[in-house]
Design a binder for this molecule. Structure first.
Ligand SMILES: [Mg+2]
Length: 228
């Protein structure tokens, strides 16, 4: 990992999914839960298709830099599946938002809380910016931050890599782009979002091939030892 002199940062903005917790850990648990559910309720097998279609629609909306995502994220998959947007919203609420919550704490990455404590104890503010709802997940992860923002919030209404959410957080925290650091897990979303806002960033990756990649929060804590 490249050395980033942390002393200039006043705000550190984290992505949530895949950044604060291990997504493969959640996927394994949810696949098991979904599989059991479909065995007991074979009529609900179509919900798998709804989830897949919803995820694809979200990726396309992000690529397009679309607005009205709160509505389009349900309307588009509904149109291609020939169902009502409300049905998509119900499946998403159940399988993507509510049911994973009980697994999150066990899948939280090691040393995240220590890093948050270090940032707070050295006077830094912490933000979380996600393309999905934030509040319930942070509660489930047992993490406390200063600012949160989600893509579908009315005053943002843009998915990453659009910089709207990051700029919104910087404005609320009263910091400039040079005083902000973004930490995420996707180069094409979090990394691009940071670049679009002129913000430096780090990517949590399985291998640290690029200089701005890091593998674990322990690694990040070690790199920031002594940073005031
Ligand atoms: Mg992510």
């Amino acid at each position: 990992m490249e050395w980033i002199d942390g002393s200039g940062f006043r705000l550190v903005v984290f992505d949530l999914d895949g950044t604060l917790y291990d997504q493969s850990c959640i996927r394994r648990r949810m696949l098991w839960e979904l599989g059991l559910h479909c065995l007991r309720h074979p009529g609900d097998l179509g919900e798998l298709k709804v989830i897949a279609e919803y995820r694809q629609a979200r990726e396309r909306l992000a690529d397009e830099g679309a607005q009205n995502i709160g509505r389009l994220q349900f309307e588009r998959p509904a149109a291609s599946l020939g169902i009502e947007p409300g049905e998509v919203a119900e499946v998403v609420s159940n399988w993507i938002e509510k049911r994973p919550l009980k697994h999150l704490r066990r899948c939280r990455f090691a040393a995240v809380e220590e890093l948050f404590d270090r940032l707070h104890s050295t006077g830094r503010q912490i933000g979380v910016l996600s393309d999905y709802p934030v509040r319930e997940k942070l509660q489930a992860l047992n993490l406390t931050v200063d600012f949160i923002a989600a893509a579908a919030d009315p005053d943002i209404d843009r998915l990453k890599p659009d910089p709207a959410g990051l700029e919104h957080l910087m404005s609320r925290a009263g910091v400039t782009a040079a005083q902000c650091l973004m930490i995420g897990d996707r180069e094409d979303r979090d990394g691009a979002c940071a670049r679009n806002a002129g913000v430096r960033y780090l990517i949590k990756a399985r291998s640290s091939e690029a200089p701005h990649h890091f593998r674990s929060y322990q690694e990040l804590l070690r790199a920031w030892v002594g940073v005031k």
